[in-house]
Design a binder for this molecule. Structure first.
Ligand code: HEC
Length: 186
């Protein structure tokens, strides 16, 4: 077993398992299997399939986010989201326990989103989900955080009147960064 056995080959069949994983994401991000998180949350997915992302959000892109923005995002997440989604996005927040649908574990879902933002359609399995998101995961995220789940009858709050647009992008950047930054710096 030497390094020789792994030539750099990031195309074709080498990516198939990953693509499968991502296709799985279509269902999986909505079928979270976190220990305490929601097991099944197809509500938003169904809505997306049927209606797509609302016009005002579908082309929005995150502004460039600095380390300070991400850190601010951590604080905002702790203050506004952790109660339901858990301190590090595992879906295990106290306030989410009795909700139906439950707050999904955001962590794995955000990993996928981060990947899609970078790889785009380069990966076959992502095409369908990307298409549903208008090829713009940012639009999906800012829509979700801004409007919450009112249109689909879930407990996800709308943050458009609570957080400024910049703050919404900051919290999104914290999540896309893998929930790593520490809260506290403002
Ligand atoms: C009162 C509980 C509650 C709070 C607080 C809350 N959420 Fe949610 N969230 C939910 C629920 C329930 C869902 C699942 C239903 C839905 O997608 O509307 C959800 C879904 C989501 C999704 C979609 C995940 C997916 O599967 O596509 C994202 C992203 C999200 N929340 C981010 C946030 C962020 C960021 C905050 C804070 C700014 C936040 N939430 C605060 C309850 C909450």
């Amino acid at each position: 077993m030497t390094g020789q056995q792994h030539p750099r080959r990031y195309s074709g069949t080498a990516l198939l398992p990953v693509a499968g994983l991502v296709l799985g994401f279509v269902a999986a991000s909505f079928v979270q299997a976190g220990a305490h998180g929601a097991k099944h949350n197809p509500t938003r997915f169904r809505y997306l399939q049927k209606h797509g992302i609302p016009e005002v959000y579908k082309n929005l892109k995150s502004p460039v986010m600095t380390k300070a923005d991400i850190s601010k995002g951590a604080t905002l997440f702790a203050e506004n989201c952790a109660s339901c989604h858990g301190a590090t996005g595992e879906g295990d927040g106290e306030a989410g326990k009795d909700l139906n649908p439950k707050p999904p574990a955001l962590r794995s879902m955000m990993d996928m989103m981060a990947m899609m933002r970078q790889e785009g359609h380069a990966m076959k399995g992502m095409k369908k989900m990307m298409g549903m998101m208008n090829n713009n995961p940012d639009g999906y995220l800012i829509w979700t955080v801004s409007e919450g789940g009112a249109a689909m009858n879930t407990a996800m709050p709308a943050f458009k009147d609570i957080l400024s647009e910049k703050e919404r992008w900051q919290v999104i950047s914290y999540m896309l960064d893998g929930f790593k930054a520490k809260a506290g710096k403002n």
